[in-house]
Design a protein around this ligand. Structure first.
Ligand code: ADP
Ligand code: MG
Length: 585
Protein backbone atom coordinates (compact mmCIF):
# COMPACT_ATOMS: atom_id res chain seq x y z
CA UNK A 1 0.00 0.00 0.00
CA UNK A 2 1.35 3.41 -0.90
CA UNK A 3 0.72 5.72 2.01
CA UNK A 4 2.73 8.89 1.61
CA UNK A 5 1.02 11.46 -0.60
CA UNK A 6 -1.22 14.51 -0.48
CA UNK A 7 -3.22 13.87 -3.64
CA UNK A 8 -2.82 10.51 -5.39
CA UNK A 9 -3.18 12.22 -8.80
CA UNK A 10 0.04 14.17 -8.11
CA UNK A 11 1.98 11.20 -6.79
CA UNK A 12 4.25 10.56 -9.78
CA UNK A 13 5.07 14.25 -10.33
CA UNK A 14 5.80 14.97 -6.70
CA UNK A 15 7.85 11.82 -6.25
CA UNK A 16 9.93 12.83 -9.27
CA UNK A 17 10.40 16.37 -7.91
CA UNK A 18 11.66 14.89 -4.65
CA UNK A 19 13.93 12.44 -6.46
CA UNK A 20 15.54 15.37 -8.29
CA UNK A 21 15.88 17.34 -5.04
CA UNK A 22 17.75 14.39 -3.55
CA UNK A 23 20.00 13.91 -6.61
CA UNK A 24 20.80 17.33 -8.05
CA UNK A 25 24.39 16.28 -8.68
CA UNK A 26 23.05 13.80 -11.23
CA UNK A 27 19.78 15.02 -12.68
CA UNK A 28 17.76 18.12 -13.50
CA UNK A 29 14.01 18.28 -13.98
CA UNK A 30 12.60 19.06 -17.41
CA UNK A 31 8.98 18.95 -18.50
CA UNK A 32 8.19 15.24 -18.80
CA UNK A 33 11.17 13.77 -16.99
CA UNK A 34 14.81 14.28 -16.02
CA UNK A 35 18.09 14.87 -17.88
CA UNK A 36 21.67 14.65 -16.67
CA UNK A 37 22.68 17.74 -14.76
CA UNK A 38 26.33 17.15 -15.67
CA UNK A 39 28.25 17.97 -18.79
CA UNK A 40 27.97 15.61 -21.76
CA UNK A 41 30.66 15.72 -24.47
CA UNK A 42 29.40 17.24 -27.73
CA UNK A 43 28.53 14.59 -30.29
CA UNK A 44 27.80 11.86 -27.73
CA UNK A 45 24.78 9.68 -28.50
CA UNK A 46 21.99 10.44 -26.03
CA UNK A 47 20.37 7.30 -24.65
CA UNK A 48 16.86 8.32 -23.62
CA UNK A 49 14.99 5.73 -21.60
CA UNK A 50 11.63 5.91 -19.93
CA UNK A 51 8.18 4.62 -19.27
CA UNK A 52 5.60 4.79 -16.54
CA UNK A 53 6.47 5.77 -12.99
CA UNK A 54 6.30 3.26 -10.16
CA UNK A 55 9.30 1.20 -11.29
CA UNK A 56 12.16 2.92 -9.46
CA UNK A 57 15.11 2.79 -10.05
CA UNK A 58 13.77 2.41 -13.56
CA UNK A 59 13.81 4.83 -15.13
CA UNK A 60 14.96 8.13 -13.63
CA UNK A 61 17.39 6.41 -11.25
CA UNK A 62 19.44 5.19 -14.22
CA UNK A 63 20.38 8.63 -15.57
CA UNK A 64 24.05 9.51 -15.34
CA UNK A 65 27.46 9.07 -17.01
CA UNK A 66 27.89 5.60 -18.50
CA UNK A 67 24.15 5.00 -18.56
CA UNK A 68 21.14 7.05 -19.71
CA UNK A 69 21.30 10.70 -20.78
CA UNK A 70 17.69 11.28 -19.77
CA UNK A 71 14.49 9.60 -18.74
CA UNK A 72 10.96 10.44 -19.84
CA UNK A 73 8.72 9.70 -16.87
CA UNK A 74 5.00 9.08 -17.26
CA UNK A 75 2.32 8.80 -14.67
CA UNK A 76 2.03 5.71 -12.46
CA UNK A 77 2.36 2.71 -14.79
CA UNK A 78 1.46 4.92 -17.77
CA UNK A 79 3.60 5.93 -20.70
CA UNK A 80 4.90 9.48 -20.85
CA UNK A 81 3.04 11.49 -23.49
CA UNK A 82 4.62 12.04 -26.91
CA UNK A 83 5.22 15.73 -26.17
CA UNK A 84 7.03 14.85 -22.96
CA UNK A 85 9.29 12.28 -24.64
CA UNK A 86 10.03 14.81 -27.36
CA UNK A 87 10.97 17.58 -24.93
CA UNK A 88 13.09 15.31 -22.75
CA UNK A 89 14.95 13.91 -25.77
CA UNK A 90 15.53 17.36 -27.20
CA UNK A 91 16.94 18.57 -23.89
CA UNK A 92 19.21 15.50 -23.72
CA UNK A 93 20.48 15.62 -27.27
CA UNK A 94 24.15 16.61 -27.62
CA UNK A 95 24.48 16.41 -31.38
CA UNK A 96 25.22 12.68 -31.67
CA UNK A 97 21.64 11.57 -32.21
CA UNK A 98 19.19 9.96 -29.83
CA UNK A 99 18.56 6.33 -29.04
CA UNK A 100 15.15 5.76 -27.46
CA UNK A 101 15.00 2.56 -25.45
CA UNK A 102 12.12 1.31 -23.33
CA UNK A 103 10.03 -1.74 -22.57
CA UNK A 104 7.72 -2.98 -25.29
CA UNK A 105 4.26 -1.78 -24.23
CA UNK A 106 1.62 -0.45 -26.61
CA UNK A 107 1.25 2.96 -24.96
CA UNK A 108 4.99 3.58 -24.82
CA UNK A 109 5.40 2.46 -28.43
CA UNK A 110 2.73 4.99 -29.48
CA UNK A 111 4.12 7.93 -27.53
CA UNK A 112 7.83 7.33 -28.07
CA UNK A 113 7.07 6.57 -31.73
CA UNK A 114 5.26 9.87 -32.18
CA UNK A 115 8.18 11.67 -30.51
CA UNK A 116 10.70 9.90 -32.75
CA UNK A 117 8.87 11.09 -35.88
CA UNK A 118 8.97 14.65 -34.62
CA UNK A 119 12.65 14.54 -33.57
CA UNK A 120 13.69 13.13 -36.94
CA UNK A 121 11.56 15.75 -38.72
CA UNK A 122 13.50 18.42 -36.82
CA UNK A 123 16.85 16.96 -37.78
CA UNK A 124 17.70 15.17 -34.51
CA UNK A 125 18.47 11.68 -35.75
CA UNK A 126 16.55 9.28 -33.54
CA UNK A 127 16.32 5.47 -33.41
CA UNK A 128 14.48 3.05 -31.17
CA UNK A 129 15.40 -0.24 -29.53
CA UNK A 130 12.57 -1.94 -27.67
CA UNK A 131 13.32 -4.17 -24.71
CA UNK A 132 11.54 -7.54 -25.09
CA UNK A 133 13.04 -9.82 -22.45
CA UNK A 134 9.98 -11.33 -20.73
CA UNK A 135 9.76 -14.93 -21.93
CA UNK A 136 6.30 -15.34 -20.34
CA UNK A 137 4.68 -12.81 -22.65
CA UNK A 138 5.14 -14.51 -26.05
CA UNK A 139 6.94 -17.55 -27.50
CA UNK A 140 10.54 -17.29 -28.73
CA UNK A 141 9.50 -17.18 -32.40
CA UNK A 142 7.54 -14.00 -31.58
CA UNK A 143 10.27 -12.36 -29.51
CA UNK A 144 9.32 -8.93 -30.92
CA UNK A 145 5.96 -9.24 -29.16
CA UNK A 146 7.46 -9.86 -25.74
CA UNK A 147 7.20 -7.11 -23.17
CA UNK A 148 10.16 -5.59 -21.37
CA UNK A 149 10.84 -6.13 -17.65
CA UNK A 150 14.15 -6.22 -15.76
CA UNK A 151 16.04 -6.77 -19.02
CA UNK A 152 15.74 -3.01 -19.38
CA UNK A 153 18.88 -2.79 -17.26
CA UNK A 154 21.14 -4.88 -19.51
CA UNK A 155 20.06 -3.07 -22.66
CA UNK A 156 20.32 0.40 -21.12
CA UNK A 157 23.64 -0.36 -19.43
CA UNK A 158 25.36 -1.61 -22.56
CA UNK A 159 23.91 1.10 -24.82
CA UNK A 160 24.83 3.77 -22.26
CA UNK A 161 28.40 2.48 -21.93
CA UNK A 162 28.76 2.37 -25.70
CA UNK A 163 27.55 5.98 -25.96
CA UNK A 164 29.97 6.98 -23.18
CA UNK A 165 32.81 5.30 -25.08
CA UNK A 166 32.04 7.59 -28.03
CA UNK A 167 30.50 5.03 -30.39
CA UNK A 168 28.20 6.49 -33.02
CA UNK A 169 24.44 6.02 -33.25
CA UNK A 170 24.70 3.04 -35.61
CA UNK A 171 26.97 1.17 -33.22
CA UNK A 172 25.07 2.07 -30.07
CA UNK A 173 21.87 0.90 -31.72
CA UNK A 174 23.52 -2.32 -32.95
CA UNK A 175 24.79 -3.18 -29.46
CA UNK A 176 21.44 -2.40 -27.86
CA UNK A 177 19.67 -4.67 -30.35
CA UNK A 178 22.15 -7.46 -29.74
CA UNK A 179 21.90 -7.11 -25.96
CA UNK A 180 18.14 -7.28 -26.13
CA UNK A 181 18.29 -10.32 -28.37
CA UNK A 182 20.56 -12.09 -25.84
CA UNK A 183 18.57 -11.13 -22.71
CA UNK A 184 15.81 -13.25 -21.14
CA UNK A 185 13.77 -12.70 -17.99
CA UNK A 186 11.06 -14.49 -16.08
CA UNK A 187 9.24 -13.19 -13.04
CA UNK A 188 7.01 -14.47 -10.28
CA UNK A 189 4.59 -12.69 -7.94
CA UNK A 190 3.46 -13.67 -4.48
CA UNK A 191 1.05 -10.75 -4.22
CA UNK A 192 -0.21 -7.76 -6.21
CA UNK A 193 0.52 -4.06 -6.07
CA UNK A 194 -1.70 -1.10 -5.32
CA UNK A 195 -1.74 2.23 -7.14
CA UNK A 196 -1.52 5.30 -4.87
CA UNK A 197 -5.02 6.20 -3.71
CA UNK A 198 -6.54 2.89 -4.81
CA UNK A 199 -8.13 0.84 -2.04
CA UNK A 200 -7.45 -2.56 -3.54
CA UNK A 201 -4.51 -4.15 -5.35
CA UNK A 202 -4.59 -4.44 -9.15
CA UNK A 203 -4.52 -8.20 -8.72
CA UNK A 204 -3.89 -10.62 -5.94
CA UNK A 205 -2.40 -14.08 -5.64
CA UNK A 206 -4.21 -16.58 -3.41
CA UNK A 207 -2.41 -17.31 -0.13
CA UNK A 208 0.12 -20.10 -0.50
CA UNK A 209 0.24 -19.64 -4.27
CA UNK A 210 2.76 -18.09 -6.65
CA UNK A 211 1.91 -16.50 -9.98
CA UNK A 212 4.38 -17.18 -12.78
CA UNK A 213 5.12 -14.70 -15.56
CA UNK A 214 3.97 -11.41 -14.09
CA UNK A 215 4.55 -8.13 -15.87
CA UNK A 216 5.85 -5.00 -14.19
CA UNK A 217 2.59 -3.08 -14.65
CA UNK A 218 0.60 -5.30 -12.34
CA UNK A 219 -0.54 -7.57 -15.14
CA UNK A 220 -1.37 -10.89 -13.49
CA UNK A 221 0.76 -13.93 -14.21
CA UNK A 222 0.06 -16.58 -16.81
CA UNK A 223 -0.25 -19.52 -14.43
CA UNK A 224 -0.46 -20.17 -10.70
CA UNK A 225 1.59 -22.67 -8.71
CA UNK A 226 1.72 -23.76 -5.09
CA UNK A 227 4.37 -21.67 -3.30
CA UNK A 228 7.69 -23.46 -3.94
CA UNK A 229 10.75 -23.71 -1.70
CA UNK A 230 13.64 -21.40 -2.60
CA UNK A 231 15.48 -24.30 -4.23
CA UNK A 232 12.45 -25.20 -6.32
CA UNK A 233 11.97 -21.57 -7.32
CA UNK A 234 15.60 -21.23 -8.38
CA UNK A 235 15.30 -24.44 -10.39
CA UNK A 236 12.07 -23.29 -12.07
CA UNK A 237 13.47 -19.90 -13.12
CA UNK A 238 16.83 -21.21 -14.31
CA UNK A 239 15.36 -24.15 -16.23
CA UNK A 240 12.82 -21.99 -18.08
CA UNK A 241 15.37 -19.32 -19.01
CA UNK A 242 18.01 -21.80 -20.17
CA UNK A 243 15.41 -23.50 -22.37
CA UNK A 244 14.84 -20.15 -24.08
CA UNK A 245 18.48 -19.17 -24.65
CA UNK A 246 19.62 -17.52 -27.89
CA UNK A 247 21.02 -19.83 -30.58
CA UNK A 248 24.61 -18.58 -30.27
CA UNK A 249 24.49 -18.33 -26.49
CA UNK A 250 28.06 -19.05 -25.33
CA UNK A 251 28.91 -19.77 -21.71
CA UNK A 252 29.34 -16.38 -20.02
CA UNK A 253 26.18 -14.88 -18.52
CA UNK A 254 25.16 -11.87 -16.50
CA UNK A 255 22.57 -12.95 -13.92
CA UNK A 256 20.24 -10.43 -12.33
CA UNK A 257 17.92 -11.27 -9.47
CA UNK A 258 15.51 -8.36 -9.29
CA UNK A 259 13.15 -7.58 -6.44
CA UNK A 260 9.78 -6.20 -7.54
CA UNK A 261 9.09 -4.11 -4.47
CA UNK A 262 8.59 -5.83 -1.15
CA UNK A 263 10.83 -8.90 -1.16
CA UNK A 264 13.66 -8.49 1.33
CA UNK A 265 17.27 -8.29 0.14
CA UNK A 266 18.13 -11.26 2.35
CA UNK A 267 15.56 -13.35 0.49
CA UNK A 268 16.87 -12.16 -2.87
CA UNK A 269 20.43 -13.06 -1.83
CA UNK A 270 19.34 -16.46 -0.59
CA UNK A 271 17.75 -17.14 -3.95
CA UNK A 272 20.71 -15.73 -5.85
CA UNK A 273 23.04 -18.16 -4.09
CA UNK A 274 20.98 -21.09 -5.29
CA UNK A 275 20.65 -19.69 -8.81
CA UNK A 276 24.39 -19.18 -9.11
CA UNK A 277 25.03 -22.85 -8.19
CA UNK A 278 22.55 -24.04 -10.81
CA UNK A 279 24.13 -21.85 -13.48
CA UNK A 280 27.60 -23.18 -12.60
CA UNK A 281 26.28 -26.74 -12.73
CA UNK A 282 24.91 -25.97 -16.20
CA UNK A 283 28.47 -25.12 -17.28
CA UNK A 284 28.01 -21.33 -17.27
CA UNK A 285 30.29 -18.63 -15.89
CA UNK A 286 28.47 -15.85 -14.04
CA UNK A 287 29.92 -12.43 -14.87
CA UNK A 288 29.40 -9.32 -12.70
CA UNK A 289 25.89 -10.22 -11.51
CA UNK A 290 23.36 -7.95 -9.83
CA UNK A 291 21.05 -8.75 -6.97
CA UNK A 292 18.66 -6.11 -5.68
CA UNK A 293 15.85 -3.80 -6.76
CA UNK A 294 16.46 -2.68 -10.33
CA UNK A 295 13.04 -2.55 -11.98
CA UNK A 296 10.22 -2.60 -9.44
CA UNK A 297 6.46 -2.53 -9.56
CA UNK A 298 5.37 -0.35 -6.63
CA UNK A 299 4.76 -2.61 -3.65
CA UNK A 300 4.48 -5.82 -5.61
CA UNK A 301 5.68 -8.88 -3.78
CA UNK A 302 7.67 -10.72 -6.40
CA UNK A 303 10.99 -11.07 -8.15
CA UNK A 304 12.49 -11.93 -11.50
CA UNK A 305 15.57 -13.56 -12.90
CA UNK A 306 17.30 -12.10 -15.95
CA UNK A 307 20.10 -13.73 -17.91
CA UNK A 308 22.20 -11.95 -20.52
CA UNK A 309 24.40 -14.22 -22.61
CA UNK A 310 27.53 -12.15 -23.22
CA UNK A 311 29.99 -12.01 -26.06
CA UNK A 312 33.35 -10.20 -25.83
CA UNK A 313 32.02 -6.89 -27.06
CA UNK A 314 28.95 -6.91 -24.80
CA UNK A 315 31.05 -7.96 -21.81
CA UNK A 316 33.32 -4.95 -22.26
CA UNK A 317 30.36 -2.55 -22.09
CA UNK A 318 28.58 -4.43 -19.32
CA UNK A 319 31.74 -4.14 -17.19
CA UNK A 320 32.36 -0.44 -18.02
CA UNK A 321 31.88 2.10 -15.22
CA UNK A 322 28.60 3.91 -14.67
CA UNK A 323 27.57 6.51 -12.13
CA UNK A 324 23.87 7.16 -11.61
CA UNK A 325 21.67 7.73 -8.55
CA UNK A 326 20.70 4.07 -8.34
CA UNK A 327 23.36 2.16 -10.27
CA UNK A 328 27.08 2.59 -9.81
CA UNK A 329 29.88 0.46 -11.18
CA UNK A 330 33.62 1.07 -11.13
CA UNK A 331 34.73 4.66 -10.79
CA UNK A 332 34.26 7.70 -13.00
CA UNK A 333 35.85 11.11 -12.89
CA UNK A 334 33.55 13.80 -11.46
CA UNK A 335 31.68 15.87 -14.08
CA UNK A 336 31.07 19.58 -14.20
CA UNK A 337 27.49 20.84 -14.01
CA UNK A 338 25.93 21.92 -17.29
CA UNK A 339 23.59 24.71 -18.34
CA UNK A 340 20.24 23.52 -19.63
CA UNK A 341 18.25 25.57 -22.09
CA UNK A 342 14.57 25.92 -21.26
CA UNK A 343 12.52 23.90 -23.73
CA UNK A 344 10.06 25.90 -25.79
CA UNK A 345 6.54 25.87 -24.49
CA UNK A 346 4.03 24.54 -26.96
CA UNK A 347 1.39 27.06 -27.88
CA UNK A 348 -1.74 26.43 -29.83
CA UNK A 349 -3.81 29.43 -30.73
CA UNK A 350 -6.23 30.57 -33.36
CA UNK A 351 -4.37 32.30 -36.18
CA UNK A 352 -7.46 34.40 -36.83
CA UNK A 353 -9.36 35.53 -33.71
CA UNK A 354 -12.71 33.70 -33.62
CA UNK A 355 -15.93 35.56 -34.43
CA UNK A 356 -18.61 35.74 -31.72
CA UNK A 357 -20.41 32.85 -33.42
CA UNK A 358 -17.22 30.79 -33.70
CA UNK A 359 -16.42 31.41 -30.02
CA UNK A 360 -19.93 30.26 -29.11
CA UNK A 361 -19.27 27.04 -31.02
CA UNK A 362 -15.99 26.70 -29.13
CA UNK A 363 -17.94 26.92 -25.87
CA UNK A 364 -20.30 24.22 -27.11
CA UNK A 365 -17.33 22.00 -27.88
CA UNK A 366 -16.17 22.50 -24.28
CA UNK A 367 -19.71 21.67 -23.09
CA UNK A 368 -19.63 18.37 -25.00
CA UNK A 369 -16.30 17.55 -23.36
CA UNK A 370 -17.90 18.17 -19.96
CA UNK A 371 -20.50 15.56 -20.84
CA UNK A 372 -17.69 13.18 -21.78
CA UNK A 373 -16.04 13.85 -18.43
CA UNK A 374 -19.26 13.21 -16.51
CA UNK A 375 -19.84 9.84 -18.11
CA UNK A 376 -16.21 8.81 -17.58
CA UNK A 377 -16.40 9.81 -13.90
CA UNK A 378 -19.61 7.81 -13.46
CA UNK A 379 -17.99 4.70 -14.90
CA UNK A 380 -14.39 5.12 -13.76
CA UNK A 381 -14.38 2.20 -11.32
CA UNK A 382 -16.18 -0.14 -13.71
CA UNK A 383 -13.67 0.61 -16.50
CA UNK A 384 -10.79 -0.04 -14.12
CA UNK A 385 -12.23 -3.41 -13.10
CA UNK A 386 -12.76 -4.39 -16.73
CA UNK A 387 -9.15 -3.49 -17.59
CA UNK A 388 -7.82 -5.45 -14.60
CA UNK A 389 -9.17 -8.74 -15.99
CA UNK A 390 -6.46 -9.04 -18.62
CA UNK A 391 -4.85 -5.59 -18.76
CA UNK A 392 -3.33 -3.41 -16.08
CA UNK A 393 -6.43 -1.96 -14.44
CA UNK A 394 -5.75 1.64 -15.33
CA UNK A 395 -8.33 2.33 -18.01
CA UNK A 396 -10.73 4.08 -15.62
CA UNK A 397 -8.11 6.21 -13.95
CA UNK A 398 -6.36 6.94 -17.27
CA UNK A 399 -9.57 8.07 -18.98
CA UNK A 400 -10.44 10.13 -15.92
CA UNK A 401 -7.09 11.87 -15.83
CA UNK A 402 -7.17 12.51 -19.55
CA UNK A 403 -10.68 13.89 -19.70
CA UNK A 404 -10.23 16.03 -16.56
CA UNK A 405 -7.19 17.65 -18.15
CA UNK A 406 -8.98 17.97 -21.48
CA UNK A 407 -11.95 19.76 -19.91
CA UNK A 408 -9.64 22.08 -17.95
CA UNK A 409 -7.68 22.96 -21.11
CA UNK A 410 -10.89 23.41 -23.14
CA UNK A 411 -12.42 25.70 -20.53
CA UNK A 412 -9.25 27.71 -20.25
CA UNK A 413 -9.13 28.18 -24.03
CA UNK A 414 -12.84 29.06 -24.20
CA UNK A 415 -12.45 31.57 -21.36
CA UNK A 416 -9.73 33.53 -23.18
CA UNK A 417 -10.50 37.08 -24.22
CA UNK A 418 -12.76 36.76 -27.25
CA UNK A 419 -13.07 33.02 -26.70
CA UNK A 420 -11.64 30.28 -28.89
CA UNK A 421 -12.82 28.38 -31.95
CA UNK A 422 -13.95 24.75 -31.72
CA UNK A 423 -10.63 23.90 -33.38
CA UNK A 424 -8.59 25.56 -30.68
CA UNK A 425 -10.73 24.28 -27.83
CA UNK A 426 -10.42 20.70 -29.09
CA UNK A 427 -6.72 20.79 -30.03
CA UNK A 428 -5.85 22.20 -26.60
CA UNK A 429 -8.06 19.57 -25.02
CA UNK A 430 -6.54 16.74 -27.08
CA UNK A 431 -2.98 17.75 -26.23
CA UNK A 432 -3.85 17.92 -22.54
CA UNK A 433 -5.62 14.55 -22.74
CA UNK A 434 -2.66 12.81 -24.30
CA UNK A 435 -0.25 14.51 -21.91
CA UNK A 436 -2.08 13.74 -18.68
CA UNK A 437 -3.60 10.33 -19.35
CA UNK A 438 -0.50 8.52 -20.60
CA UNK A 439 -1.29 4.97 -21.71
CA UNK A 440 -2.56 3.69 -25.02
CA UNK A 441 -6.06 5.01 -24.78
CA UNK A 442 -4.74 8.45 -23.73
CA UNK A 443 -2.53 8.73 -26.82
CA UNK A 444 -5.34 7.60 -29.08
CA UNK A 445 -8.07 9.74 -27.52
CA UNK A 446 -5.78 12.78 -27.46
CA UNK A 447 -4.89 12.41 -31.13
CA UNK A 448 -8.52 11.77 -32.06
CA UNK A 449 -9.77 14.87 -30.24
CA UNK A 450 -7.05 16.94 -31.95
CA UNK A 451 -8.08 15.48 -35.33
CA UNK A 452 -11.73 16.32 -34.60
CA UNK A 453 -10.76 19.90 -33.78
CA UNK A 454 -8.68 20.30 -36.92
CA UNK A 455 -11.56 18.96 -38.97
CA UNK A 456 -13.97 21.51 -37.47
CA UNK A 457 -11.63 24.47 -37.90
CA UNK A 458 -12.34 28.06 -36.91
CA UNK A 459 -15.79 28.62 -38.39
CA UNK A 460 -19.08 30.37 -37.64
CA UNK A 461 -21.41 27.44 -38.27
CA UNK A 462 -21.37 23.74 -38.97
CA UNK A 463 -23.57 21.56 -41.14
CA UNK A 464 -24.52 17.89 -40.93
CA UNK A 465 -21.72 17.15 -43.41
CA UNK A 466 -19.27 18.66 -40.94
CA UNK A 467 -20.53 16.24 -38.28
CA UNK A 468 -19.88 13.35 -40.67
CA UNK A 469 -16.39 14.71 -41.40
CA UNK A 470 -15.59 15.10 -37.72
CA UNK A 471 -16.58 11.50 -36.95
CA UNK A 472 -14.53 10.26 -39.89
CA UNK A 473 -11.49 12.28 -38.73
CA UNK A 474 -11.86 11.09 -35.13
CA UNK A 475 -11.98 7.42 -36.11
CA UNK A 476 -9.25 7.86 -38.75
CA UNK A 477 -6.78 9.24 -36.20
CA UNK A 478 -7.22 6.19 -33.97
CA UNK A 479 -6.87 3.61 -36.72
CA UNK A 480 -3.89 5.39 -38.27
CA UNK A 481 -1.93 5.72 -35.06
CA UNK A 482 -2.96 2.50 -33.29
CA UNK A 483 -3.05 0.33 -36.42
CA UNK A 484 -5.57 -2.04 -34.85
CA UNK A 485 -7.69 -4.11 -37.22
CA UNK A 486 -11.34 -5.03 -36.71
CA UNK A 487 -11.43 -8.13 -34.52
CA UNK A 488 -8.22 -7.26 -32.60
CA UNK A 489 -10.46 -6.56 -29.57
CA UNK A 490 -9.84 -2.85 -29.16
CA UNK A 491 -12.01 0.25 -29.21
CA UNK A 492 -11.75 0.07 -33.01
CA UNK A 493 -14.34 -2.72 -32.84
CA UNK A 494 -16.86 -0.18 -31.55
CA UNK A 495 -15.56 2.82 -33.51
CA UNK A 496 -15.90 1.41 -37.02
CA UNK A 497 -19.53 0.26 -36.67
CA UNK A 498 -20.26 3.60 -35.00
CA UNK A 499 -18.82 5.56 -37.92
CA UNK A 500 -20.38 3.35 -40.59
CA UNK A 501 -23.83 3.44 -38.99
CA UNK A 502 -23.68 7.22 -38.67
CA UNK A 503 -22.63 7.71 -42.27
CA UNK A 504 -25.22 5.28 -43.65
CA UNK A 505 -28.05 6.82 -41.63
CA UNK A 506 -27.02 10.38 -42.42
CA UNK A 507 -26.59 9.67 -46.14
CA UNK A 508 -30.03 8.03 -46.02
CA UNK A 509 -31.62 11.30 -44.87
CA UNK A 510 -31.53 10.99 -41.08
CA UNK A 511 -30.81 14.10 -39.00
CA UNK A 512 -27.49 14.35 -37.15
CA UNK A 513 -29.28 13.53 -33.88
CA UNK A 514 -31.01 10.48 -35.37
CA UNK A 515 -27.85 9.23 -37.04
CA UNK A 516 -25.92 9.70 -33.79
CA UNK A 517 -28.52 7.83 -31.79
CA UNK A 518 -28.46 4.91 -34.22
CA UNK A 519 -24.65 4.89 -34.26
CA UNK A 520 -24.38 4.99 -30.46
CA UNK A 521 -26.76 2.01 -30.16
CA UNK A 522 -24.73 0.01 -32.66
CA UNK A 523 -21.46 1.00 -30.90
CA UNK A 524 -22.79 -0.33 -27.60
CA UNK A 525 -23.83 -3.66 -29.13
CA UNK A 526 -20.47 -3.92 -30.89
CA UNK A 527 -18.60 -3.12 -27.68
CA UNK A 528 -20.54 -5.81 -25.80
CA UNK A 529 -19.78 -8.23 -28.63
CA UNK A 530 -16.03 -7.83 -28.09
CA UNK A 531 -16.50 -10.23 -25.16
CA UNK A 532 -16.35 -13.01 -27.75
CA UNK A 533 -12.94 -11.89 -29.02
CA UNK A 534 -9.39 -12.55 -27.89
CA UNK A 535 -7.25 -9.38 -27.71
CA UNK A 536 -4.64 -9.17 -30.46
CA UNK A 537 -3.38 -5.67 -29.62
CA UNK A 538 -2.41 -3.83 -26.47
CA UNK A 539 -1.54 -4.89 -22.96
CA UNK A 540 -4.28 -7.50 -22.68
CA UNK A 541 -2.83 -9.62 -25.50
CA UNK A 542 -0.56 -11.87 -23.39
CA UNK A 543 -3.60 -12.81 -21.28
CA UNK A 544 -5.98 -13.40 -24.15
CA UNK A 545 -7.72 -16.37 -22.54
CA UNK A 546 -8.55 -14.45 -19.35
CA UNK A 547 -10.13 -11.76 -21.46
CA UNK A 548 -12.56 -14.12 -23.22
CA UNK A 549 -16.11 -13.54 -22.00
CA UNK A 550 -15.38 -9.92 -21.00
CA UNK A 551 -15.76 -6.92 -23.30
CA UNK A 552 -12.81 -4.68 -24.20
CA UNK A 553 -12.58 -1.73 -21.79
CA UNK A 554 -11.68 0.80 -24.50
CA UNK A 555 -14.64 -0.28 -26.63
CA UNK A 556 -16.97 0.02 -23.64
CA UNK A 557 -15.72 3.48 -22.66
CA UNK A 558 -16.16 4.67 -26.23
CA UNK A 559 -19.71 3.29 -26.39
CA UNK A 560 -20.61 4.98 -23.08
CA UNK A 561 -19.25 8.30 -24.34
CA UNK A 562 -21.01 7.98 -27.71
CA UNK A 563 -24.33 7.34 -25.91
CA UNK A 564 -23.83 10.38 -23.69
CA UNK A 565 -22.98 12.68 -26.58
CA UNK A 566 -25.98 11.40 -28.48
CA UNK A 567 -28.31 12.03 -25.51
CA UNK A 568 -26.79 15.48 -25.04
CA UNK A 569 -27.28 16.35 -28.71
CA UNK A 570 -30.86 15.09 -28.54
CA UNK A 571 -31.75 17.18 -25.50
CA UNK A 572 -30.08 20.25 -26.97
CA UNK A 573 -32.09 19.92 -30.16
CA UNK A 574 -35.31 19.31 -28.20
CA UNK A 575 -34.69 22.28 -25.90
CA UNK A 576 -32.60 24.80 -27.80
CA UNK A 577 -30.97 27.18 -25.39
CA UNK A 578 -31.11 30.91 -25.80
CA UNK A 579 -27.84 32.06 -27.36
CA UNK A 580 -26.62 33.70 -24.12
CA UNK A 581 -26.87 30.48 -22.12
CA UNK A 582 -24.95 28.33 -24.54
CA UNK A 583 -22.04 27.99 -22.12
CA UNK A 584 -23.63 25.75 -19.51
CA UNK A 585 -24.98 22.97 -21.69
P1 ADP B 1 -3.11 0.85 -21.52
O1 ADP B 1 -3.41 -0.31 -22.40
O2 ADP B 1 -1.90 1.59 -21.92
O3 ADP B 1 -3.14 0.46 -20.07
P2 ADP B 1 -5.80 1.83 -21.25
O4 ADP B 1 -5.99 0.76 -20.24
O5 ADP B 1 -6.26 3.18 -20.87
O6 ADP B 1 -4.32 1.89 -21.74
O7 ADP B 1 -6.61 1.46 -22.56
C1 ADP B 1 -6.79 0.14 -22.98
C2 ADP B 1 -7.65 0.16 -24.22
O8 ADP B 1 -6.95 0.78 -25.30
C3 ADP B 1 -8.00 -1.20 -24.73
O9 ADP B 1 -9.13 -1.71 -24.06
C4 ADP B 1 -8.26 -0.98 -26.21
O10 ADP B 1 -9.61 -0.63 -26.47
C5 ADP B 1 -7.45 0.25 -26.52
N1 ADP B 1 -6.31 -0.07 -27.38
C6 ADP B 1 -5.16 -0.69 -27.07
N2 ADP B 1 -4.36 -0.77 -28.16
C7 ADP B 1 -5.03 -0.20 -29.18
C8 ADP B 1 -4.76 0.03 -30.57
N3 ADP B 1 -3.59 -0.33 -31.11
N4 ADP B 1 -5.70 0.65 -31.30
C9 ADP B 1 -6.88 1.04 -30.76
N5 ADP B 1 -7.19 0.85 -29.47
C10 ADP B 1 -6.28 0.23 -28.69
MG1 MG C 1 -4.76 -0.33 -19.13
Amino acid sequence: MTQIFDNPADFADEALDGFVAANRGYVARVDGGVVRSTEVPAGQVALVVGGGSGHYPAFAGLVGPGLAAASACGNMFASPAAGQVYRVARAASSGGGVLLSYGNYAGDVLHFGQAQLRLNAEGIETRTVLVTDDIASAPLDQIEKRRGIAGDLTVFKIAGAAAEAGLDLDDVERLAIRTNYRTRSLGVAFDGCTLPGADAPLFSVPAGQMSLGLGIHGEPGISEHPMPTASELAELLVTRLLADKPHDAGSRVVAIVNGLGTVKYDELFLLFGKIEKLLLTAGLTVVEPECGELVTSLDMSGLSLTLLWLDDELEQYWAAPADTPAFRKGSMAPRAARQLAAADAEVTSDVEPPSTAAAELGRRAAAILRQVRDVVVEHEAELGRLDAIAGDGDHGIGMRRGVDAAVAAAEQAAADDGGASAARVLTSAGEAWSERAGGTSGALWGSAVIAAGLSLGNRDSYSGEDAAAVITAFVGAITELGKAEPGDKTMVDALLPFRDTFLTAFDGGASVAEALAAAATVARAAADDTAKLRPLKGRARPLAEKSLGHPDPGAISFALIAARISAHTDSRLAHPEPAQQGVQA
